[in-house]
Design a protein around this ligand. Structure first.
Ligand code: FES
Length: 110
């Protein structure tokens, strides 16, 4: 049986509401965010010039890149000013006190 791999990235208690956590499952830069009690995982790399989004500003479901203010929806990775552009998003879940990210892109960020 083959399929996308779920990788444990953090203890669930370490991901605080509204405080993005940078993790590196298999070397991939991923940002895990708990917002309104729900978990999201997005690429920690802006679609513009690859600035880490960890340092960005989170407001609701929108994260603003710290470098040039591109804004992305953390739910689907869409760039708000041109939704045909997007960052990658990943499936994420909690199990046995751990947060796991699935390393198959839910959406191709291009
Ligand atoms: S690198 Fe993110 S807006 Fe430019």
């Amino acid at each position: 049986m083959s399929g996308p791999a779920w990788v444990a990235v953090a203890d669930d208690v370490s991901i605080k509401e509204g405080v993005p956590l940078a993790v590196y499952p298999k070397g991939l830069a991923v940002l895990v965010i708990r917002q309104h009690g729900e978990l999201f995982a997005i690429a920690n790399k802006c679609a513009h010039m690859a600035c880490p989004l960890k340092a960005g500003r989170l407001d609701g479901y929108v994260i603003t890149c710290p470098c040039h203010d591109w804004r992305f929806d953390i739910r689907d990775g869409a760039f708000l000013d041109a939704p045909e552009l997007a960052i990658s998003t990943y499936a994420v879940k909690e199990k046995d006190g751990k947060v796991l990210v699935r390393l198959e892109e839910a959406r191709d960020g291009g």
